[in-house]
Every structure is written in structure tokens, then in C-alpha cells.
Design a protein around this ligand. Structure first.
Ligand SMILES: [Zn+2]
Ligand SMILES: [Zn+2]
Length: 465
């Protein structure tokens, strides 16, 4: 079993505030984690448990029994009530404590205390109960581990924090890649290492998606997962990076062609491909194993799916779109849009980027093509849009904007303090701006926090049908 942990940035901040006391005394708190169980990780072929922070629960003032710069003990009353919640909501309770002096290791005393707490949990919730433990060492270093039995805990490979930046604690490989030295001159070896350790998904491998995949491979992202259902057609050759005439003649799947091109670069990228619709259960493990996903689809249902997914699993989605309204009398609008979807940012529905009616029509077309055709004939659904115009320089520019947003999240190279939630470049006017949005006060995705870091649920993502 491999383990990693993702904290919402606001949770990491709350934990620092709860645990860093001016008197230098150890302190504690609880976190309720959602669980993201990846049955078979597409790269390691092993089972992976990814814990995602759902809620921070302070230890009530009355619970503390004693604390010093070297220890903290508190009553387990609150923990017992969290165990109850964990059982019926499928969450994982965690204790969090600090080492103010900065020791980056769990102590023998930590082992003893946690084993006792784990036994308490197991006696209450059964032998398949899982407990996590998070350590804040010094001012800003998080470590974590999980208990599956009362013998030895399993250390988390990495702890991430996601918010307006992508931060991480641990997990570096330390290896240097000779092909990427010129990039290291700008961002440093650490960013290359970080990219090499990352798992990035690309949903949609058409004009923008193929460009995105090639750019990520050349940046040195170590693991890529490509998702697309289509084959290469002659009319794609004007913009599909890596595709050849022979691929169209042989009707090869786009994911296969892209994987071939990336492998032949010889940069050591490990590519996983999935041919099929993104909502299929067969795609789920690979999707849930990603650290970041690029949304390169042009369908509304797929965008709505990723919009929801990013919040449940704390996997940021960098969604992109190219809108070219064909020239009318004297007006034209050619816009490249990049939107970051993550808890705390206004979501795609609230931005009006997705059209729920179009999304339900697409879902119908996929699930019941005959019914879709019948409704189309009777004009209940609109259907039959003409193919949209596409020019390789514009699709590639859109992809470049999106991949640069990933770099911004990793390096803050624009010096603006993290991600712009949405950026729109008017290609016909040469101007670019950030676009704000007003959250609908009732939006279940971005206005309420119930789903943020909720992880696995039955039904999947709390959707019925
Ligand atoms: Zn400790
Ligand atoms: Zn919303």
C-alpha cells in the first residue's frame, strides 16, 4: 500500500495557527480526511490510499490534560465522537501534533500514543479502520503516516498543500536530468525534480490536448495519463501534434499516437493511456491517481464532471477552451481561456462556462443514442452543431497558456501570488485579462464546503443516475 496526503491550503493554515503557540509548547488538533482509494495505480501497479483533508477539528479547550515543549496529552472524548462520524461517513480520522523545535520524525512516544488511539478506533469501528497522523515539524514542514493495524504505521510518501499554489513536503527524487539543465537555470533543480515526480492527466487529446501533452513531456513531467475516445482523422492533421497522415489512414486512436510520440522523445516519461469516455468506471483509477489534470475537452458534460471531481478529490483541474466565433459582418471574438478549478475558486458552472442543457444532451447522446436521435428529430434537443473552426497556432497558444498556469502554481514565476483563477486572452485584439466571477450562493460545488475533500462516496461523487 502506498500513501500520500493532500491538505487544502486553508486547512494547512488553520493547523499552523492551532499548533504554533507563542509559548513553544506542543499542541494538537484533529483532521477528518476523505479517502481516495486507487485500486491499481496506473504507474506503480500497486494499491494507493490518498488521504484528502475534509475538515479541521480543534481540540476543545477543556480536553487538554497537559502540555510542554516536549509532549502533549489530551482527553480522547472528541476523538471518540470523530470515530463515530468516520464510521458512518467513510472518513479517516487523524490526529495532528507539532514538534515546535522542528524534529522531522515521529518520536517513540508518538508511536505509543498513536497505537493506543488506533486501538480505541479499531475497537469501536472494526478491524478495517484506518487512522492517520500528521506532524507539523517546526514552522512549515508537514509529515504524515497511517495506521492499518496496531503494529507499524505506514509513512506517507508526500504531503501536498493545494490552494492558490501547489506546495509539497517531501517526495523529491534528487535525480538530475541532463535534458533539462537549461530549464533548471531558470527554475532550479528542485522544480525539475518536482515535475519528474508529478502525475498529470490530460483529458481530451485533440488540438489543445495534444499540444498540452507534448509541452508537459518536454517540461519533464514524469508521469502522464492520456484520456480520449477518438481516432485520428484527416481533418485533425492541421492541429494534432504528433499525428501523421498514416495515423489517419490507419484510424489510430489519438491516445496511442500521442503516447508513441512522447515515448520516442526519449525523456523517460511514463505514459498511461485510456481510450474511452472519462466518466467510465474503467478510467477512474487513473484519473484519481493524478496530482493535476488538464481539461482539454470541448464537451460540456466532461467539463461538469471534472469541475465536481476537482473538489471531491483535491486534484486541481486546469481547464482550457478556445472560442472562435466565426466572422460576422464586422464582429469577431477569438478567445483563449484558462480556468483553474480547485476548492476556493469559483467553479465552471458559476462562471457560465458550461451549459447544463448541452451537458445533459451530450449525456443522453452517449447513454441512449436512439433516444437522442428521436428527441433531435422532434426538436427537444438542439444537437448537430457544425464543426468549430480550429487553427493550430491558436489551439497551441491556448495549451501554452494552460501549461504556464501549472508553472505559476509551482514557481510563482509571474510573482503575482499564485494562480489566476481565470485568464482570457483575446487573440484577435492582443489583450489578456483575468476574469472574476460571482459564485451562486447555492452552488453545491463552490459555495458550500461539504464536498471539498470528501473523497470516495457511494454513489460516486454523490451523483445519482
Ligand atoms: Zn511527537
Ligand atoms: Zn459554483
Amino acid at each position: 500500500m502506498q500513501i500520500d496526503v493532500t491538505l487544502q491550503a486553508r486547512h494547512a493554515t488553520a493547523l499552523r495557527e492551532l499548533l504554533q503557540r507563542p509559548d513553544g509548547i506542543e499542541a494538537a488538533a484533529y483532521v477528518m480526511f476523505g479517502r481516495n482509494v486507487v485500486g491499481i495505480d496506473p504507474w506503480s501497479r500497486r494499491r494507493r490510499l490518498r488521504l484528502v483533508s475534509h475538515q479541521v477539528v480543534p481540540v476543545p479547550a477543556g480536553d487538554e490534560i497537559s502540555a510542554s515543549p516536549r509532549h502533549v496529552t489530551w482527553s480522547t472524548a472528541t476523538f471518540v465522537s470523530l470515530c463515530r462520524q468516520a464510521a458512518y461517513r467513510g472518513l479517516v480520522p487523524a490526529i495532528v501534533h507539532s514538534h515546535p523545535a522542528g524534529m522531522r520524525a515521529f518520536s517513540r512516544q508518538d508511536d505509543v500514543n498513536e497505537r493506543d488511539l488506533y486501538r480505541l478506533l479499531r475497537n469501536r469501528n472494526g478491524t478495517d479502520a484506518i487512522m492517520a497522523s500528521v506532524l507539523l515539524a517546526g514552522d512549515d514542514h508537514f509529515m504524515a503516516r497511517a495506521w492499518f493495524d496496531d503494529k507499524e504505521p505506514v509513512a506517507a510518501e508526500i504531503v501536498r498543500s493545494i490552494g492558490s499554489r501547489l506546495l509539497h513536503f517531501g517526495g523529491e527524487s534528487g535525480a538530475s536530468n541532463a535534458a533539462l539543465v537549461r530549464q533548471a537555470l531558470l527554475f532550479g533543480e528542485a522544480v525539475n525534480n518536482r515535475l519528474a515526480s508529478m502525475r498529470v492527466g490530460i483529458v481530451g487529446c485533440g488540438g489543445t490536448g495534444s499540444a498540452t501533452a507534448m509541452l508537459l513531456a518536454r517540461l519533464g513531467v514524469g508521469q502522464l495519463a492520456l484520456f480520449d475516445d477518438d481516432i485520428v482523422e484527416i481533418s485533425n492533421l492541421n492541429r494534432l501534434h504528433g499525428a501523421r497522415r498514416a495515423d489517419a489512414d490507419a484510424m489510430r486512436p489519438k491516445v496511442e499516437v500521442l503516447a508513441r510520440e512522447i515515448t520516442e522523445l526519449g525523456l523517460g516519461v511514463r505514459v498511461h493511456t485510456h481510450r474511452g469516455w472519462i466518466e467510465n468506471e474503467a478510467a477512474r483509477d487513473a484519473l484519481k491517481a493524478c496530482d493535476v489534470i488538464f481539461g482539454c475537452t470541448d464537451d460540456h458534460a466532461g467539463r461538469l464532471f471534472l469541475n465536481r471531481f476537482s473538489h471531491f478529490y483535491l486534484i486541481p483541474v486546469i481547464d482550457m477552451g478556445l472560442a472562435i466565433e466565426p466572422a460576422s459582418a464586422d464582429m469577431r471574438d477569438m478567445s483563449a481561456r484558462v480556468t483553474v478549478l480547485t476548492p476556493g475558486a469559483p467553479c465552471l458552472s458559476c462562471r457560465g462556462v458550461v451549459d447544463p442543457k448541452a451537458a445533459s444532451e451530450e449525456a443522453l447522446r452517449r447513454a441512449a443514442p436512439e433516444e437522442y436521435e428521436r428527441q433531435k428529430r422532434e426538436a427537444y434537443v438542439r444537437g448537430g452543431q457544425n464543426p468549430a473552426p480550429a487553427v493550430v497556432t491558436f489551439t497551441t497558444e491556448t495549451a501554452t497558456l494552460a501549461v504556464n498556469e501549472l508553472l505559476q502554481g509551482l514557481t510563482d514565476y509571474r510573482g503575482e501570488g499564485g494562480w489566476a483563477w481565470e485568464r482570457v486572452r483575446r487573440l484577435d485584439r492582443g489583450i489578456e485579462r483575468k476574469r472574476g466571477a460571482i459564485r451562486s450562493p447555492h452552488c453545491p460545488i463552490c459555495a458550500r464546503e461539504d464536498y471539498w475533500g470528501r473523497g470516495d462516496m457511494d454513489p460516486f461523487m454523490d451523483r445519482i443516475g
